[in-house]
Design a binder for this molecule. Structure first.
Ligand code: HEM
Ligand SMILES: [Cu+2]
Length: 590
């Protein structure tokens, strides 16, 4: 048998072979780039761009809901298409892509002290595949019949039957695009997991990693386990549509004629979809939890309260998120005993989740809080997340969920918990890491204005929406018509919500302006402007260049939360500083 030759361990390679020269030429540097930082920016810009499309769609829906009969170009068909495209773009093509493809790519190698991802080529391929999935998705606006209007949950049988908007081409492109997205995600995800497990620098044990990385790491594992369920359902539904199989299609009479389908199970689709769909909430939430922890610790100059608890809470939430999916299906007619099981597991998730909220608050408690823009957004997140989480506790109970299901109460709940909250963290993160990425600071005044418009606007939109839900206003409805159990006053409320939504929407222009303006004109950032401890801020050049670490990768001596440690020279001690360089006395300080 041939002997296996040991391969050189180049994880801790101090030489700079292959890294001391930047790729030359615009195309090699910015288009077909293998550099994780460039790929991260490509992912982020694409995600923000589609996110803006989804924002415009939400404004169109709100216009219709607030001022019905005023906008002739919005008809019932297009309303359903807006709902669907808005929902799916926000959840998958914006949040998942920006948090993992964008921030995951940028931060993983830098925070663990690596030069790049372990499979840079796969990483590049992941972005281009993602771009193809976005193009296929957007193409559905331009085909006959337009995009699908089946709702972001794409439930069969209606998703592929005549009568549903986009039942011919729109749904095909949607399913195809999702399949391509999942391929892109898998290429990126395997890379993130392998890089975190294999390429950490000397001294960077798992339990010394910043929580940002723990969030990204566990979220990626969730994605790798959950997305396949969506992939198979998308492919099976494509077969139902194109080849006439009946995986999800029961025998159906349509307009008096029986269709060719028989024997399939629509409920099976719901199980598969939510087996993906619920973990998806945490694929978005866990990276946000991680990043907000680091923002809070840095801007409150305090170590994160209960680091180990925080890590295990992330792991526990990740694990539990796979056994709660059917709380989205209480009204599906499944066996009532299932409801009992899923309500219990759902409520158990509240324990590690609440623990995290307490720990954020305890980190702030008596901290030296700097009211920077990232800190504003981080505190905003604690508010919106707690509010969204609390209504989740209600909806987790079968009895409460039954009357509220498919009303605006649900819309308000999930927007608070997985719409607004992760976006708050994304803003915190962008204001926090922008100086690292670009070498310039974002404008603080504009940032605070952006925060207040977004934060107060969010409450103006979503608080009254809970009340609409109590009144029984159904979701995914173009117009309410003469519904006599719904009072006329809901119309006034809806108009108010729309005005708030438009203000929030326009308010995002402040942010976009700030991004573009600061990129060229913003104040030049000093190295490590927030005086943070984690490795991404300790690169020899700021912003970091190709290969990240010059000719020597860093060695790690401590965790990422040595803030305000008594006996240390400064109120922050970077992870790569040995004791000999940071203690006040050489006898070991206190
Ligand atoms: C200012 C920001 C936003 C506004 C004004 C807004 C507004 C809306 C409206 C009016 C609907 C349709 C309600 C209905 O008729 O059933 C909706 C649905 C939805 N939104 Fe948003 N939204 C915003 C941001 C977000 C974000 C950030 C997310 C990310 C998770 C998101 C996820 C969804 C989802 C998943 C649906 C359900 C789609 C469906 O029922 O198929 N939205 N949104
Ligand atoms: Cu769920």
């Amino acid at each position: 048998m041939k002997e296996i030759q040991p391969v050189a361990d180049d994880n801790h390679d101090d030489s700079c072979d292959g890294y001391n020269h930047q790729p030359s030429g615009f195309i090699a540097k910015y288009v077909w780039s293998l550099d994780h930082k460039v790929i991260a920016i490509q992912y982020s810009v694409t995600a923000i761009f589609v996110g803006l499309i989804a924002l415009v769609l939400s404004a169109l829906m709100r216009l219709q809901l607030g001022f019905p009969d005023h906008f002739s170009f919005i008809d019932p068909t297009s309303y359903l298409q807006y709902v669907t495209m808005h929902g799916i773009i926000m959840v998958i093509y914006l949040l998942t892509a920006l948090l993992l493809g964008g921030f995951g790519n940028y931060l993983i190698p830098l925070m663990i002290g690596a030069r790049d991802m372990v499979f840079p080529f796969l990483n590049m391929l992941s972005f281009w595949t993602y771009l193809v999935s976005v193009i296929v998705l957007i193409a559905s606006f331009f085909v006959t019949g337009g995009p699908t209007g089946a709702g972001w949950t794409l439930y069969p049988p209606q998703a592929i039957l005549q009568g549903t908007p986009g039942a011919d081409n729109g749904i095909l492109l949607m399913l195809l695009s999702l399949a391509i997205f999942i391929i892109a995600f898998t290429m990126g995800g395997l890379n993130y997991v392998t890089t975190i497990l294999q390429a950490r620098t000397r001294g960077m044990t798992l339990m010394r990693m910043p929580l940002t990385l723990w969030g990204i790491f566990i979220a990626t594992i969730l994605g790798l386990l959950a997305f396949p369920a969506l992939l198979v359902s998308a492919i099976m539904m494509l077969f139902d549509k194109l080849l006439g199989t009946s995986f999800f299609m029961p025998a159906i009479l349509s307009l008096g004629e029986s269709l060719d389908y028989t024997g399939g199970s629509p409920i099976l689709f719901q199980h598969l979809f939510w087996f993906f769909g619920h973990p998806e909430v945490y694929i978005v939430a866990l990276p946000a939890f991680g990043m907000v922890s680091d923002v809070i610790a840095t801007h409150a100059r305090k170590n994160i309260f209960g680091y180990r608890m925080m890590v295990w809470a992330i792991v526990a939430i990740g694990g539990l998120s796979f056994v709660v999916w059917a709380h989205h299906m209480y009204v599906s007619g499944m066996n009532p005993y299932f409801g009992f099981f899923f309500a219990t597991t759902t409520l158990i998730i509240a324990v590690p989740t609440a623990l995290k909220v307490y720990n954020w608050l305890l980190t702030l408690w008596r901290g030296n809080i700097h009211f920077t823009v990232p800190m504003f957004f981080a505190i905003g997140f604690i508010f919106t997340f707690t509010h969204g989480g609390l209504t989740g506790l209600f909806l987790g109970n079968v009895i409460v969920d039954l009357p509220l299901s498919d009303t605006f109460f649900v819309v308000a709940h999930f927007h608070m918990v997985m719409g607004v909250s992760p976006i708050m963290v994304l803003f915190a993160a962008i204001y926090h890491w922008f100086p690292l990425v670009t070498g310039r600071m974002l404008h603080t005044g504009l940032g605070k204005l952006h925060f207040w418009v977004t934060f107060l606007g969010t409450y103006a939109i979503y608080l009254p929406m809970h009340y609409l839900g109590f009144l029984g206003v159904p979701r995914r409805y173009f117009a309410l018509g003469d519904t006599n159990f719904i009072p006329d006053s809901t119309q006034t409320l809806n108009a108010g919500i729309t005005v708030a939504a438009l203000i929030v929407g326009v308010g995002q222009l402040i942010f976009i302006f700030n991004l573009i303006w600061s990129l060229r004109r913003g104040k030049k950032a000093v190295a490590n402007p927030w005086q943070a401890t984690s490795l991404e801020w300790q690169t020899p050049q700021c912003p970091p260049v190709h290969g990240n670490w010059g000719d020597k990768v860093p060695v790690v001596y401590r965790w990422a939360y040595d803030y305000s440690v008594p006996g240390h020279k400064t109120d922050f001690t970077p992870q790569n500083k040995p004791d000999s360089e940071c203690l006040l006395t050489d006898k070991g300080g206190l």
